[in-house]
Design a protein around this ligand. Structure first.
Ligand code: AP5
Ligand code: MG
Length: 206
């Protein structure tokens, strides 16, 4: 299955992708995680995107499209994948249509105040890209998956979150209509517990 996960910053795309990737045995392709890995390793790409990500803006389409195109050409993506955080502009969606045919775009619809609560308690593991919420962690500093040191993402600062939300509304939201017109949009209520949302996604995909 070839899936796109759509939704505002903090709606739960990464959390749901991590569960789906295990259940469906297809890779999670998170452009945000790819950029964060490059930042951590201080590659030329990492240095290029550092200030853009810190501001909450989007990395230029041509850079992002090229990365995803190359990644989806790899062997492990041939039977399917979960795109988490791509596409997020009409230009990216049109480019994707040029080299891949996805089955569904799942939109996680979450109330604004819920998203704020989720992002303010998020912890991230730079070693394995695991994403958690403090409410579900016995130790806020240690990754329960790999033992790495958990951090607060730099772009979870209040002002940057506001900018990411603004960019989402102006540039990414039009994708809902884009995929609806293609008959591929599945909107799922993203409020509720991780298990509740996950079950709704599985039900929508059946
Ligand atoms: P990216 O990493 O994609 O960030 P985002 O889209 O803003 O989304 P988030 O990762 O913040 O949220 P999420 O929906 O994954 O939620 P999560 O599962 O973590 O992008 C970062 C930056 O990279 C961009 O700003 C941009 O600069 C650049 N970039 C990336 N892709 C790009 C592209 N295509 N084009 C251009 N630039 C790009 O959940 C949030 C929290 O809530 C966690 O703590 C989680 O544990 C918790 N949680 C999740 N679900 C639930 C639930 N049901 N109940 C309780 N808690 C929950
Ligand atoms: Mg994410």
């Amino acid at each position: 299955m070839k899936l796109i996960l759509l939704g505002a910053p903090g709606s739960g795309k990464g959390t749901m992708a991590q569960k789906l990737t295990a259940a469906l045995d297809i890779p999670q392709i998170s452009t945000g995680d790819i950029f964060r890995k490059n930042l951590k390793e201080e590659t030329p790409l990492g240095l290029q995107v550092k200030s853009i990500m810190a501001s909450g803006a989007l990395v230029p389409d041509e850079i992002t499209i090229e990365i995803v195109k190359n990644r989806l050409a790899e062997d492990d993506c041939q039977k399917g994948y979960i795109l988490d955080g791509f596409p997020r502009s009409i230009a990216q969606a049109k480019a994707l249509d040029g080299f891949q045919q996805v089955d569904y775009a799942v939109n996680l619809d979450v109330d604004k105040e819920v998203v704020v609560k989720r992002l303010s308690g998020r912890r991230f593991c730079p070693d394995c890209s695991g994403t958690y919420h403090v409410s579900a962690l016995s130790d806020e500093t240690v990754c329960p998956h790999c033992g790495g040191k958990l951090i607060i993402r730099a772009d979870d600062a209040e002002e940057t979150v506001r900018e990411r939300q603004r960019v989402y509304e102006s540039t990414t939201l039009p994708l809902l209509e884009y995929y609806d017109k293609q008959g591929k949009l599945l909107t799922v209520d993203g409020n509720g517990t991780v298990e509740e949302v996950y079950d709704r996604i599985l039900a929508a995909l059946k």
